[in-house]
Design a protein around this ligand. Structure first.
Ligand SMILES: Cc1ncc(C[n+]2csc(CCOP(=O)(O)OP(=O)(O)O)c2C)c(N)n1
Length: 358
C-alpha cells in the first residue's frame, strides 16, 4: 500500500484497513506454511517466523513510499511480503530455488529485492544498522529525498553497531527511522535481563533523537507513528527510534519450541488478548464488514500461500557454476587468485558477473 491514500489520509479508512488486514493474514498463513515446509525438509538452514508481529511489520511498511528503502534483520518474511514481493518468490527463496527473490542464494534470513528497494534480510544481529545508516548517508550525499526504514529486534540494541549507527545518524542528520520490534525475547533472554534500559525507545535520548513507543499489536498506532517519523526523516532529515512492543507467537526459530524460557500461560495470554489479526478482525466486523467477507479474505490468502509453495516446488535449483554471481564486484575475482593454491571449492572457475540476472 506504499504511497496510496491510506498513508495520506489517516486515520485509516475501511478499504485501507481491509487491505492491511489482508496483508496481515497473508503473512500469518505464509509463516504457518513455512513452518510446515521446514518440517518437511523443503527449507534448509534457519527459519525465523514472525507470527504475532504482523501489525508491526505491515503497519510500518505501509508508511513507506515506493522509492523509500527498507532494511531488516533475519526475521524478514513478513517484511518482504508487505513490501510487495510475490509470495511465490519469497517461498522459492526459502526453498533455495532459482526463482527466489535472491535467486536462491540468500535463503530465509537474506531475502532481497533491489527493485522494490528492499535491501535485506541480514543474519548478523545489528549488522543491518550500519548498512541502513550508510544508505541514508548516500541519499543525503546525492540530494535524494527518500528515507530508510531499518528494522531490528530489541536484542540488537546492546550491540556496538547500534550505538555507532545512531550516533552517526544523529550527528549527520540522516533520514533513517530505526524500528525496534520489541518482542520481549532475544532468542531465550528477556529484554529485562539483557538491557539496562529495557524501555528501548528511551535510549534515543542518548543521541538527542526522537524516541517513541507504540503498541506494536495495533496496526493503526504503528502506521501513524511510522508515517509521521518517516515524513520527518524525509522532510527535515531527522532520524528517529520507533519501538513497537509486540510478541512472537512461535519460538525464536522453527527449531525452538519457545517454552523453555517462557510459560505456556504467558504465550496463551498474548495470543488471546493481543493478537493483532484478531484485533483487526473485530474492528472490521464492527465497521460493518461481514463475517463472510473476512472468511473470503482468509480463504484467498490460503490459496495464495499454497500457490506460493507450488511455485517454489516447480522452480529449479540454481546451477552450481552460478553460485558466486552477484556476490562480488567485477574485477574482484583477483581475491581468489590470492587464495591459490587452496581454492578448495574451485572458486576461480565460478562466474563473477555482478548482475543477478540468470
Ligand atoms: C552478532 C551476532 N551474535 C549472535 C547471533 C545469534 N543470534 C541470532 S538471533 C539472536 C537474538 C536476537 O534477538 P532480537 O534482536 O531481539 O531479534 P528477534 O529474534 O527477537 O527478532 C542471536 C543472539 C547473531 N546472529 N549475530
Amino acid at each position: 500500500m506504499s504511497g496510496t491514500a491510506a498513508t495520506e489520509n489517516l486515520p485509516v479508512g475501511i478499504d485501507e484497513r481491509r487491505e492491511l488486514f489482508t496483508k496481515m493474514v497473508e503473512s500469518r498463513l505464509f509463516e504457518e506454511e513455512a513452518e510446515r515446509q521446514y518440517k518437511a525438509a523443503k527449507i534448509g538452514g534457519y527459519c525465523h517466523l514472525s507470527s504475532g508481529q504482523e501489525a508491526a511489520t505491515v503497519g510500518s511498511v505501509a508508511a513507506l513510499e515506493d522509492d523509500d528503502y527498507l532494511v531488516t534483520g533475519y526475521r524478514c518474511h513478513g517484511f518482504a511480503l508487505a513490501r510487495g514481493i510475490p509470495p511465490g518468490e519469497v517461498m522459492a527463496e526459502l526453498f533455495g530455488r532459482q526463482d527466489g527473490c535472491a535467486h536462491g542464494r540468500g535463503g530465509s534470513m537474506h531475502l532481497l529485492d533491489v527493485k522494490r528497494r528492499f535491501y535485506g534480510g541480514w543474519g548478523i544481529v545489528a549488522g543491518q544498522l550500519p548498512i541502513a545508516t550508510g544508505l541514508a548517508l548516500g541519499l543525503v550525499r546525492q540530494s535524494e529525498p527518500q528515507a530508510v526504514l531499518c528494522e531490528l529486534g530489541e536484542g540488537a540494541v546492546n550491540m556496538g553497531a547500534w550505538h555507532e549507527s545512531l550516533n552517526l545518524a544523529a550527528v549527520w542528520n540522516l533520514p533513517v527511522v530505526f524500528l525496534v520490534i520489541n518482542n520481549i525475547y532475544g532468542m531465550g533472554t528477556s529484554v529485562d535481563r539483557a538491557s539496562a534500559e529495557p524501555e528501548v525507545f528511551r535510549r534515543a535520548a542518548a543521541y538527542r533523537m526522537t524516541g517513541e513507543r507504540v503498541d506494536g499489536n495495533d496496526v493503526d498506532e504503528v502506521l501513524e507513528a511510522s508515517h509521521r517519523l518517516l515524513a520527518e526523516a524525509r522532510e527535515e532529515r531527522r532520524p528517529a527510534v520507533l519501538e513497537a512492543l509486540t510478541y512472537r507467537h512461535r519460538g525464536h526459530s522453527v527449531a525452538d519450541a519457545g517454552l523453555a524460557y517462557r510459560s505456556r500461560e504467558e504465550v496463551t495470554h498474548w495470543r488471546e488478548e493481543s493478537d493483532p489479526i484478531r484485533r483487526q478482525r473485530e474492528i472490521l466486523l464492527e465497521a460493518g464488514i461481514s463475517e463472510n467477507d473476512l472468511r473470503a479474505v482468509e480463504e484467498a490468502a490460503r490459496k495464495t500461500t499454497l500457490e506460493a509453495v507450488a511455485f517454489a516446488d516447480s522452480s529449479p535449483e540454481p546451477p552450481v557454476d552460478r553460485l558466486a554471481t552477484g556476490m562480488y564486484a567485477p574485477g574482484s575475482a583477483g581475491q581468489f587468485e590470492r587464495m591459490r593454491p587452496g581454492s578448495a571449492f574451485g572458486e576461480e572457475a565460478l562466474t563473477f558477473d555482478a548482475g543477478l540476472g540468470q
